[in-house]
Design a protein around this ligand. Structure first.
Ligand code: B12
Ligand code: SF4
Length: 470
């Protein structure tokens, strides 16, 4: 079958490019099963919507399948409607976390024939095989559709892939890979990079998080991970990599074994990962550093224990602080993520986060807590009537730094002002701790990213934060 996989972009603003691993795994599985796969990558090729529609139509597909996380809903909707008009007989489907958590909205609004729920490799192959053989595709496990009365129907759930090593490598070459390899990485550095997925799933239970791969963790073998990385070095000359897993550090033995093999087979490669403060220790961090790890991002979220409890983080602010210090003393740069606006947030809890950042000597953008579909806080927000129309809510999602739903007792304006104040205070305190190195480094980074405009933006932000100090 001729299938066109469409990756929607989340906007024309300049942003770092992240390789769409989900779609690339689907592509390689379909190729392996003998299907004829085309990719229309709006993001990687910087395509406008009409260009993406034209490319899709010109590929004469039997099946069109959309990827893209929940924040790209409105782009999927616009594309799907436009493509449906041009090729009404093509079978249209989609996969990813958004589709899995709010299937009915995708099916109805994007006029899709069905959606693929959860992990998509096996399901998409069986779906296409069924369409090709003209058997009843409704029997394929792991999908959802609307029946003729518009009622949501689901086939039996799909079992997760038990052995990740059996999956083919992502089909990198179907994508404009050079644009990804040479894009700015998440550290906002330009070095040839491409990540690889080492595991799926996370055993923890944070209330704002959605895990498409569930709580039981499956890991690839260290040999398979390192073989793939060796191939990425050979093919694309990458110098930097990382693991966009839910949680790379969830198992100590696995991390230690992977590091030891990386050190042996990939001596010059540096890398980063997502970590959790209660899953690391000194020996592990030193081993990671020795194997090339130079950057860990910890989800800290708040410096207030009451908020951390409400988020079911299962860690205290003190544990976070200790882990940051330990990581830095191992020579690894720490990036923390922080949020504001959880249920029960108060001025006092925000002050604690500001003080935490000062003590940890850390800075990071502070995002508003957003109840993404599939999370515990999404259900709470629905119950409390804070999200009326879910589709309207999805349509508003964009770059994730806007306040979409206010879960606190503050007014929207108060919460936004509190966020601006906290972020400004954290940023200033960080910069002025080492002003002669940090301020020029920040200005240089923003100059490289956005030119003179970037520097002017910093100066304006600085002056505004000084004026709104209280
Ligand atoms: C890397 C990453 C990013 C990257 C971008 C990734 C990208 N290419 O778009 C960056 C850093 C930019 C990012 C940003 C954000 N992210 Co993010 N991100 C991830 C992360 C860590 C890995 C994604 C990944 O590559 N996974 C590996 C692939 C193989 O899995 P997958 O994409 O889910 O694909 C599988 C299935 O979904 C399905 N599938 C996927 N596509 C398709 C297509 C078809 C046709 C089919 C049939 C099936 C299918 O099959 C695939 C293989 O099994 C995930 C967590 C995770 N481990 O998945 C979070 C995650 C996707 N992000 C999430 C969130 C919330 C965000 C932010 C909103 C966070 C924030 N507040 O800023 C922003 C949004 C930015 C924006 N404007 O869109 C949530 C999504 C929650 C939800 N309910 O949808 C996740 C799940 C994290 C979490 N645990 O809560 N993210
Ligand atoms: S936020 Fe991180 S640690 Fe918490 S459940 Fe999600 S992936 Fe796991």
């Amino acid at each position: 079958m001729r299938v066109t996989l469409v990756y929607p972009s989340y906007g024309t603003e300049q942003h770092s490019l992240y390789f769409p691993f989900g779609l690339a795994y689907i592509a390689s599985s379909l190729l392996n099963a003998g299907h004829d796969v085309t990719v229309v990558d709006m993001e990687g090729d910087h395509l406008s919507q009409p260009e993406a529609v034209l490319r899709t139509v010109n590929s004469s597909p039997d099946v069109v399948a959309f990827g893209g996380m929940v924040t790209r809903f409105r782009f999927v909707k616009e594309l799907a409607i436009a493509i449906r008009k041009e090729i009404p007989n093509a079978f249209m489907t989609a996969g990813n976390s958004g589709v899995t958590t709010v299937p009915e909205i995708y099916l109805r609004s994007c006029q899709l024939d069905c959606v693929v729920l959860g992990e998509g490799e096996v399901t998409s192959v069986e779906l296409l095989d069924s369409l090709q053989k003209k058997t009843d595709w409704h029997d394929v496990p792991g999908i959802a559709w609307l029946d003729t009365d518009g009622v949501l129907k689901k086939s039996p759930p799909r079992e997760p892939v038990a052995e990740l090593d059996t999956l083919p490598w992502p089909a990198w070459d179907l994508f404009p890979i050079e644009n990804y390899v040479f894009s700015m990485d998440h550290r906002q550095k330009k070095v040839r990079h491409l990540e690889t997925l080492a595991s799926r799933g996370c055993p923890f239970n944070c209330v704002y998080c959605y895990r498409i791969y569930g709580r039981s963790v499956r890991r690839r073998s260290p040999e398979a991970i390192v073989n793939e990385l060796v191939e990425l070095v050979k093919r694309y000359d990458i110098k930097y990599t990382g693991f966009p897993d839910d949680l790379f550090t969830s198992d100590r033995k696995f991390v230690m074994e992977t590091c030891s093999l990386m050190k042996e087979k990939l001596p010059g490669i540096k890398w980063s990962c997502l970590g959790r403060v209660n899953t690391v220790d000194r020996e592990m961090l030193e081993t990671m550093k020795d194997a090339g790890c130079d950057w860990i991002s910890y989800g800290i979220e708040s410096g207030c224990d009451t908020m951390l409890e409400k988020m079911q983080r299962g860690v205290t602010a003190k544990q976070c602080l200790d882990a940051i210090k330990l990581t830095e003393s191992a020579g690894i740069h720490v990036e923390g993520s922080f949020v504001i606006g959880m249920f029960g947030e108060t001025r006092d809890s925000v002050m604690k986060t500001v003080e935490f950042c000062r003590q940890a000597d850390i800075t990071a953008p502070m995002l508003f807590v957003t109840p993404y579909p599939g999370t515990a806080i999404f259900n709470m927000a629905i119950e409390k009537g804070l999200i009326g129309d879910v589709e309207e809510f999805l349509m508003k999602m964009n770059a994730a730094d806007e306040l979409l739903v206010n879960l606190t007792d503050f007014s929207d304006r108060e919460l936004i002002e509190l966020r601006d104040w906290a972020q400004g205070t954290i940023g200033r305190s960080y910069l002025f701790k080492k002003p002669f190195t940090r301020i020029p480094a920040l200005l240089w980074k923003h100059f490289k990213l956005h030119g003179v405009k970037g520097v002017l933006h910093d100066v304006r932000a600085f002056l505004t934060s000084i004026l709104s100090r209280n």
